[in-house]
Design a protein around this ligand. Structure first.
Ligand SMILES: NC(=O)c1ccc[n+]([C@@H]2O[C@H](COP(=O)([O-])OP(=O)(O)OC[C@H]3O[C@@H](n4cnc5c(N)ncnc54)[C@H](O)[C@@H]3O)[C@@H](O)[C@H]2O)c1
Length: 251
């Protein structure tokens, strides 16, 4: 499948996990990909792997919480590839702490990276799409934690609920420009973000009881959903939250 032939995508958080899988998926389907991450070395390693496999990719060093760096990320994409058709906002962090012990510092950091980062990247790239009259697609990484609560994740849940609300409003505001905006809402996916929890056998066994498919998800399964929402296959879908959780939220 070459759904992204002649198209350009920016993927934030592309050095690891879901972002990395999404960058590879879009590149495999023909996109030129800008792998944007605060961890430049690993983003660059992934970009080189894509190029070695015959694809088109570059890495960009960006802290998604800094508007100046986000503007520089777009400038690099335009300098190298002239346009941006797809933005996948995937950079994120999670801190586990009971509400009563939650600190101002982690609260702020969670909101800054998980929510403000999505706002900044989306606004900067959407302005380019509007100016260049591109019928762009924006995919935001929310979470099942953007739809239901979970213990000891107050700041993460607040940020991800914010991403869902932001997605819905952006979908309305950008619809007149034919730019579609959707979220993917994964359950528990096998990345380093969830590694320490998954390595606890009792915790993992208890958690699996909540998942009808009785397994954790793979980053590539989220990447496939993100690619669908980023492609013209989803042409009549905007403002939607696509849940990828092995059935967890059906309980
Ligand atoms: N793993 C899961 O179970 C799961 C479930 C639901 C949602 N998510 C979301 O998926 C996204 C990706 O998470 P993951 O599981 O792949 O984790 P990960 O830690 O493997 O990847 C996160 C990436 O974001 C980058 N990043 C962090 N802060 C950044 C910043 N300020 N600027 C730019 N890049 C930054 C990291 O360097 C890393 O490459 C996150 O938004 C996360 O909240 C993950």
């Amino acid at each position: 499948m070459q759904r992204f032939r002649d198209q350009v995508a920016i993927v934030t958080g592309a050095a690891h996990g879901i972002g990395r899988a999404t960058a590879h998926r879009l590149a495999d389907e023909g996109a030129a990909v800008v792998l944007a991450d605060i961890d430049f070395d690993d983003a660059d390693r992934q970009a080189r792997a894509i190029v070695e496999a015959g694809g088109r990719a570059i890495a960009a060093s960006v802290d998604v919480t800094d508007r100046g760096q986000v503007e520089a990320m777009l400038a690099l994409a335009l300098e190298r590839y002239d346009r941006v058709d797809v933005l996948c906002n995937i950079a994120g962090v999670a801190f586990v702490e009971h509400f009563l012990e939650a600190t101002d510092e982690k609260w702020q950091k969670s909101l800054d990276i998980n929510l403000t980062g999505v706002f900044l990247c989306a606004q900067v790239v959407a302005r380019h799409m509007v100016e260049a009259r591109i019928e762009g697609r924006i995919v935001n990484l929310a979470s099942t934690n953007g739809l239901v609560g979970e213990a000891e994740l107050a700041a993460y849940n607040a940020a991800k609920f914010g991403v869902v609300g932001l997605t819905m409003t952006m979908a309305i505001d950008l619809a007149p420009y034919k730019i579609r905006v959707n979220s993917v809402c994964p359950g528990l996916i096998k990345t380093r973000l969830t590694e320490s929890a998954r390595m606890n056998p009792q915790w993992a066994a208890d958690y699996l009881k909540k998942i009808p498919l009785n397994r954790f998800g793979e980053p590539e399964e989220v990447a496939a959903a993100a690619a669908y929402l980023a492609s013209t296959d989803s042409g009549f879908i905007t403002g939607h939250q696509l849940v990828i959780d092995g059935g967890q939220l059906t309980f």
